[in-house]
Write a protein that binds this ligand. Sequence first.
Ligand SMILES: Nc1ncnc2c1ncn2[C@@H]1O[C@H](COP(=O)(O)OP(=O)(O)O)[C@@H](O)[C@H]1O
Ligand SMILES: [Mg+2]
Length: 223
Amino acid sequence: MTSNAAPNPTLALAGVSKTLGGVKLFTDVNLQLHSGQSLAVVGESGSGKSTLLHIMAGLDQADTGEVLWADSAIHTLNTSQVAAKRLRHVGLVFQAYYLMPHLSAQQNIELPFLLAGEQPNTQRCLQLLEQVGMAHKAVSFPREMSGGEQQRVAIARALALNPPLILADEPTGNLDEDNAERVLQVLLQACSAQGCALVMVTHSLKAAGHLNKQLSLTEHRLV
Ligand SMILES: Nc1ncnc2c1ncn2[C@@H]1O[C@H](COP(=O)(O)OP(=O)(O)O)[C@@H](O)[C@H]1O
Ligand SMILES: [Mg+2]
């Protein structure tokens, strides 16, 4: 059966605002992102980019407004419902990587499968390691990797379950130019080949220029 109805956006924000520690970060943020689209969010340090990304991920709550993942308004779900939904809907790349220290690179990438109650797809995990240029470190532990190498493993982990939405916080921040280019291509290929929607926070205007759309967090507005 086919439907002519336009699909829901993969991510939508409506009237989102946030104040932290008495400081207004942003107000009335509205956006819609569909399958295959990519958005770069730029802005000065401290402007609230990471906070906005965490709100998109349902890790932080907006003071006002709504965040929707496809057909789900996440403020209507309880914490464990959001966590279960996030596992399938969102691939997250944090500024601080957050790899599991006691797991190897490959095991870190296999972890989302285990959390989802699935047998890890070893072939996919090895292919992702290859894509981010980390196949030679499959059995290495995070403490044996540089920051940039950990970031590349974190990106592979975010893509493991092929989520519709990828949220990446400064994913190229710790990488040299060649590796920054490589991970950008991996993320953009996930958009073009798998139809992911991507939001990437970056201070690099060059990296931002590779994405479909660029918005700036300036004077408390996303413009
Ligand atoms: N838990 C918190 N309590 C109070 N202020 C915070 C908290 N987390 C972040 N901030 C402040 O909010 C501002 C925005 O932080 P952040 O979203 O990390 O900005 P960016 O990612 O753009 O650098 C910063 O000034 C930061 O110091
Ligand atoms: Mg930040």
